[in-house]
Design a protein around this ligand. Structure first.
Ligand code: ZN
Ligand code: ZN
Length: 136
């Protein structure tokens, strides 16, 4: 039998009091902490709704994401992205993630902004490229 001592409401009220006492926060913040500790909707349910409600690169709408991402960049990066069809030259994957896009100067000359000398790659691919270059 569940007595009042073990009911969820009792535990929540106790947690509320503990948060109030220990952190000396105002009522508003304590309420927020309580809500974080005991969300009204189970996390998995929330997640399900979010995934359905938002566009993701994996729902096949690549045009939308290419468009969205190229707006984050201007000038040479945007031009280079379009020329490469938004594909990373280093790893062959689409440059659609939130990872930053870097411009790499193929000949190593950072003053050479000739479009033939520029490739757009992921930030991590760029790091890897330079790491492997200095290693060899
Ligand atoms: Zn890459
Ligand atoms: Zn580089």
């Amino acid at each position: 039998m569940d007595g009042p001592r073990f009911s969820l409401v009792h535990i929540q009220q106790r947690a509320y009091r503990v948060f109030n006492k220990e952190t000396k926060l105002n009522r508003h913040d304590s309420k927020k902490l309580k809500d974080l500790a005991f969300p009204a909707i189970p996390y998995s349910e929330n997640k399900h709704i979010n995934v359905k409600g938002e566009k993701s690169p994996f729902d096949g709408d690549l045009a939308y994401w290419s468009e969205r991402n190229s707006k984050l960049y201007d000038g040479e990066t945007s031009i280079t992205l379009k020329r490469q069809n938004h594909t990373c030259v280093a790893c062959g994957l689409k440059l659609l993630s939130d990872e930053r896009v870097h411009l790499h100067h193929v000949d190593g000359n950072h003053a050479n902004w000739n479009s033939q000398n520029l490739i757009a790659i992921h930030e991590s691919c760029h790091d890897y490229l330079h790491m492997s270059k200095s290693a060899s």
